[in-house]
Write a protein that binds this ligand. Structure first.
Ligand SMILES: Cc1cc2nc3c(=O)[nH]c(=O)nc-3n(C[C@H](O)[C@H](O)[C@H](O)COP(=O)(O)OP(=O)(O)OC[C@H]3O[C@@H](n4cnc5c(N)ncnc54)[C@H](O)[C@@H]3O)c2cc1C
Length: 546
């Protein structure tokens, strides 16, 4: 199809009702996901602006993908792949390109006894899930957990695409227990640059299989479906929400130090994940999740920390009543249950006729259609939790939070994780630093949907650049305590200089040789993807000598 952006209406009449409607819809991730021309991020200051392809193919079958790949290769056409469209780095859009859009490849099938193709006799049958590359996690969890009573390791944000998350090596709330999404991959069907449909698993094309486990989306071919391991559900999933305001800088520094010790002693284990925000203005905001604990167990764990805070009323206040809640695991993604019990945490797709399970977390609302000012991330090694290093860590967090909010995503580092999670993740292309890290620290800033150059909807670029500088400064404070900074491709800076080393470390040379084997001409290009150093920044020109 020829691609026409809904934003076209804004070019003629930026203040008109039709344009206003489009911008209102840009706060609905399901609307964005259903638009061939749009991506979840509108752009990133001085990095990229979302631009539609000229033509797109809506893939409904693997053969459609084969036809598009062959056409692009034979005609030297710039190719783009989009699934959930959540790439922060802008790698699922490019001007003057042909888009392969996988959103309609969204079948979800639970399997009782899966054996990967060619692995009979080598692998025991195991429960699994086969899912189309363009499905999103919210729908997948609904099938697997709400309806199927099982668990699959996907992402936290419900509207992220399944294949995009797996290929990027993504994490969900309970990754400390179950590993990365990439580590759950048992098999993928992929169309490679030569137009062949290949099955990649531990027994067939094992090199390609390994590269797909965290080697990054858009670099090795077009994945059409994936099969992922499923797990028995724990009894309970839980949530803890606590916001503490410190009355002075000195009190805040003590609070951070106390939390670090509390984390190291009580939460650094497979039960706990999700986010703690260390905010400017002396606020510590806990938004954590747990699995496999009863409410009594969770409350007992947090009691000493809460008591310590309560014992110093002049220094600390709870800005709202702390919440520790536990629910039967089967309802974790059950839209009807959550709408009834905790309506404020969930937002529905409000378009007429939208399916009931088109819901997303209110916490992700700010990111719908956002325009990024800056995004920096780094894994913090677990050695910082040792008793003699904790003060150093607390100092760094305190210093960084003077400039910007520091988000600590505990589920995105596998130190302290289960042996099963760590072993499976070790056998992926993701940087091995993930195994030594207890947390991924993310520092970001964003504004509402905006498009540079779109009259009336321009971002405030001066403000965006100021925020971007603040973020870099904050991250420099954290990096002082990290000798070898590393992160993972899907949630990282567009401007990462040593990206090969940062994302993949010692795995990069192997990934590059696999790239050259399956895509020798570089048909698949994405910004900071494996092999992209051989190409101009726009992916159109092979650099001489590469
Ligand atoms: C609001 C938001 C929340 C997020 N939350 C999390 C989170 O909780 N945990 C986490 O780990 N990450 C998270 N991310 C990052 C996210 O995991 C990655 O951006 C992921 O790659 C997105 O996949 P997608 O299919 O939605 O995006 P897309 O932009 O469609 O794809 C991402 C990349 O993968 C490629 N790709 C997509 N489909 C295929 C395919 N079938 N074959 C080959 N290549 C393909 C694309 O070309 C692109 O390069 C979040 C991002 C956003 C914007």
């Amino acid at each position: 199809m020829e691609v026409e952006s809904p934003l076209k209406t804004c070019q003629g009449a930026p203040r008109g009702g039709a344009c206003r409607d489009v911008f209102r819809e840009l706060k609905n991730p399901y609307y964005i996901g259903d638009q061939v021309a749009l991506t979840q991020t509108t752009g990133w200051v001085d990095a990229w602006t979302s631009q539609p392809s000229v033509y797109a193919l809506t893939a409904r079958r693997t053969e459609d993908v084969v036809a598009a790949v062959n056409f692009a290769r034979e005609n030297n056409v710039r190719l783009v792949i989009k699934g959930g469209g959540h790439s922060y780095l802008g790698t699922s859009n490019a001007p003057d390109s042909l888009l392969i859009w996988t959103r309609a490849l969204n079948g979800i099938t639970l399997r009782d006894a899966f054996v990967a193709h060619g692995c009979a006799g080598q692998q025991a049958p195991q429960p699994a899930l086969t899912v189309g590359a363009g499905a999103i996690w919210m729908h997948t969890y609904n099938q697997v957990t709400t309806k199927g009573g099982r668990y699959v390791q996907g992402g936290g944000c419900g509207t992220v695409g399944v294949a995009g998350l797996v290929l990027g090596g993504g994490f969900g709330s309970y990754s400390k227990k179950y590993g990365t999404a990439a580590a759950s991959l048992l098999e993928a069907e992929i169309v490679t640059a030569d137009g062949l449909v290949r099955i990649a698993n531990a027994c067939t094309h094992p090199d390609l299989f390994w590269a797909l486990k965290g080697g990054g989306g858009g670099s090795f071919g077009v994945v059409t479906r994936v099969t992922l391991r499923t797990h028995e559900l724990p009894n309970f999933f839980g949530f803890v929400a606590i916001t503490i305001q410190a009355s002075s800088a000195a009190a805040f520094r003590r609070l951070i130090g106390r939390f670090v010790s509390f984390y190291a002693g009580s939460l650094h284990n497979p039960h706990w994940g999700e986010i703690v925000n260390v905010r400017p203005g002396h606020t510590l905001d806990v938004q954590m999740s747990c699995q496999g604990l009863t409410r009594d167990q969770a409350e007992a764990l947090w009691q000493p920390f809460m008591q310590w805070v309560s014992d110093a009323p002049r220094d600390f206040t709870f800005t709202q009543a702390p919440v520790i809640r536990v629910i039967p695991a089967v309802h974790r993604w059950d839209a009807a249950f959550i709408k009834e019990r905790a309506p404020s945490v969930i937002v529905s797709d409000d378009r007429p006729g939208a399916p009931e399970d088109n819901v997303f977390w209110a916490a992700n609302l700010s990111e719908a259609g956002h325009f990024i000012h800056g995004f920096e991330s780094v894994w913090l090694p677990a050695s910082l939790l040792q008793a003699d290093r904790r003060e150093q860590l607390a100092d760094a967090l305190f210093a960084a939070a003077r400039h910007s909010n520091v988000e600590l995503h505990f589920q995105k580092g596998l130190a302290g994780g289960s042996e099963e999670a760590r072993a499976a993740t070790r056998d992926t292309a993701t940087h091995p630093a993930v195994l030594d890290a207890f947390v991924l620290a993310i520092i970001t800033s964003e504004g509402p949907p905006a498009y540079p150059g779109l009259r009336g909807h321009d971002p405030d670029l001066a403000d965006a650049r100021r925020n971007a500088r603040r973020i870099v400064t904050a991250m420099e404070e954290l990096k002082r305590v990290v000798p070898h900074p590393a992160s993972y491709v899907a949630e990282s800076s567009f401007f990462e200089r040593e990206w090969q080393n940062s994302y993949w470390g010692p795995n990069y040379p192997t990934l590059l040789s696999i790239k050259k084997k399956y895509d020798p001409t570089g048909l698949f290009f994405v910004h900071h993807g494996v092999g992209s150093e051989a190409w101009s920044a726009d992916g159109f020109t092979r650099l001489s000598g590469r």
